[in-house]
Design a binder for this molecule. Structure first.
Ligand SMILES: Nc1ncnc2c1ncn2[C@@H]1O[C@H](COP(=O)(O)OP(=O)(O)O)[C@@H](O)[C@H]1O
Ligand SMILES: Cc1ncc(C[n+]2csc(CCOP(=O)(O)OP(=O)(O)O)c2C)c(N)n1
Ligand SMILES: [Mg+2]
Length: 182
């Protein structure tokens, strides 16, 4: 089964919370027809299913912490296999969150061709997330959890960008180019 995705074209999409990862991915999907897989969306779907595992995930996500690596990697891998036959390539949005996640992905699935880095100022991200929280219904779009997600982003996820810069595959997109008013 995993053979089906061995040669798939993979693009990691990395950026802070509310930087515009999902928004940017929709644009790439519209233009290039890649398959968009958001780790956060996959996890929220598991929470919405009401499963026992979903309840554990919900508690972690509500605190703005990272869910266990194996859980999120297995979910992404299953979703990739399910779409392998109809997919020109994959946008992996919200993964890797830490260098170790990138290393495990490469061991179990394959290497990314590109890393799309969606850049935004922290104050912009906070403003957007507070606004999104008014309608998103997301348990983590509140002031306290936003702060924790931002801290974790700078501590654990920014090193991912440095890691892949060393390989020359990072392309940066700034939030202003997303056509947003914030
Ligand atoms: N790759 C991942 N590893 C661990 N946890 C993750 C990962 N992706 C998402 N999560 C969990 O889901 C939450 C929401 O993620 P996500 O939807 O990507 O948020 P945002 O797009 O606002 O940055 C994270 O705070 C974390 O708890
Ligand atoms: C009408 C309106 N204007 C501005 C915003 C602010 N806003 C909230 S999130 C967002 C973009 C980032 O969202 P997303 O692409 O989901 O970012 P991700 O967390 O996936 O990186 C913007 C512009 C809003 N929610 N609604
Ligand atoms: Mg998102």
């Amino acid at each position: 089964m995993a053979d089906k995705i061995k040669d798939a074209k993979i693009i990691f999409v990395v950026g802070g919370p509310g930087s515009g990862k999902g928004t940017q991915c929709e644009k790439v999907v519209a233009k290039y027809g890649y398959t968009h897989l958001s780790s956060g969306d996959l996890l929220r779907a598991e929470v919405a299913s009401g499963s026992e595992r979903g309840k554990q995930l919900q508690a972690i996500m509500q605190k703005g912490e990272l869910v266990p690596l194996d859980t999120v990697l297995d979910m992404i891998k299953d979703a990739m296999i399910a779409k392998a036959d109809v997919s020109k390539g994959f946008l992996i949005d919200g993964y890797p969150r830490e260098v170790k996640q990138g290393e495990e992905f490469e061991k179990k699935i394959g290497a990314p061709a590109l890393l799309l880095y969606v850049d935004a100022k922290s104050e912009t991200m906070v403003k957007r997330l507070m606004k999104r929280g008014e309608t998103s219904g997301r348990a983590d779009d509140n002031e306290e959890t936003i702060k924790k997600r931002l801290d974790l982003y700078y501590k654990a996820t920014e090193p991912v960008i440095t890691f892949y810069e060393g390989r020359g595959i990072v392309r940066k997109v700034h939030y202003a180019t997303l056509g947003s008013d914030l």
